[in-house]
Design a binder for this molecule. Sequence first.
Ligand SMILES: NC(=O)c1ccc[n+]([C@@H]2O[C@H](COP(=O)([O-])OP(=O)(O)OC[C@H]3O[C@@H](n4cnc5c(N)ncnc54)[C@H](OP(=O)(O)O)[C@@H]3O)[C@@H](O)[C@H]2O)c1
Length: 256
Amino acid sequence: MLACVAGPGAGLFDGDGRHRGPIPADPAAAELLDLYGPFLASGQAGPLVFAHLGQSLDGRIATDAGESTYITCQANLDHLHRMRALACAVVVGAGTVRHDDPRLTVRRVPGRHPRRIVIDTERRLDDRYRLFRDGEVETVVLCAHDRVDRATIGDARILGVPRRGDTIDYAAVIDVLAGLGCRRIFVEGGGVTVSRFLAEGCLDRLQVAVAPMILGSGRPGLALPPLANLSEALRPPTRIFRMGDDVLFDCDVRRL
Ligand SMILES: NC(=O)c1ccc[n+]([C@@H]2O[C@H](COP(=O)([O-])OP(=O)(O)OC[C@H]3O[C@@H](n4cnc5c(N)ncnc54)[C@H](OP(=O)(O)O)[C@@H]3O)[C@@H](O)[C@H]2O)c1
């Protein structure tokens, strides 16, 4: 069961946090609409881009060896699958494909599989991974335009994106996905990929689920360029939900 315990979300809201209509009498339905409403009715012209990370109390999303199943609880895993079901496209970095060999399909809740997008800037992944060969739903690999050396990898299409610095242009990634008809884009990890979207101002909402677990080492969640002082820290408007033993921070990062 979800419970909204704090923040400007204790009702039905659109993407700007405004009330939309009456709150359902069924408390469970009201809680679900409260959490997922902003993802359904963003009201913005371009695609809505949202991300999720599940981390330990000390901000780790995986061990040093890359093991991450599972840090968060079953309720958060259900939530993750609902977020997939809400999305037109689910995006992961190459590091996540290499370590997890994920399917990225909707299995724990009813819903349609989103199109699967892998960001592999240097196009180093080979075709051994499941999402390149299982045929469950379309997969697209986005790499730097100068690394497009063929049209497909397994069943997946390869598309080129302009470079920006030592990675690819994340705004261009969103443009490519918008061109494919994606209106809701879910960035599911890992930490490097979500951090790059955030650093480039390409995220609308960021969800961080914190599990009562301490790893003491491991792969970091968010990592951004160093701050000169604390006043530069991002302080997004945030809603807080209990999710089993975990706490989910749902942050509006659009205008940071
Ligand atoms: N807890 C969670 O919410 C969660 C969610 C997803 C994943 N994970 C875990 O996060 C870890 C991966 O996250 P991440 O932040 O390290 O990476 P990531 O964001 O998934 O992927 C980006 C990184 O992968 C690199 N990469 C690209 N191709 C590679 C290759 N062939 N071999 C090795 N690296 C390659 C990228 O380099 P370029 O600069 O070339 O792009 C970039 O550094 C995994 O252990 C996964 O289990 C946790």
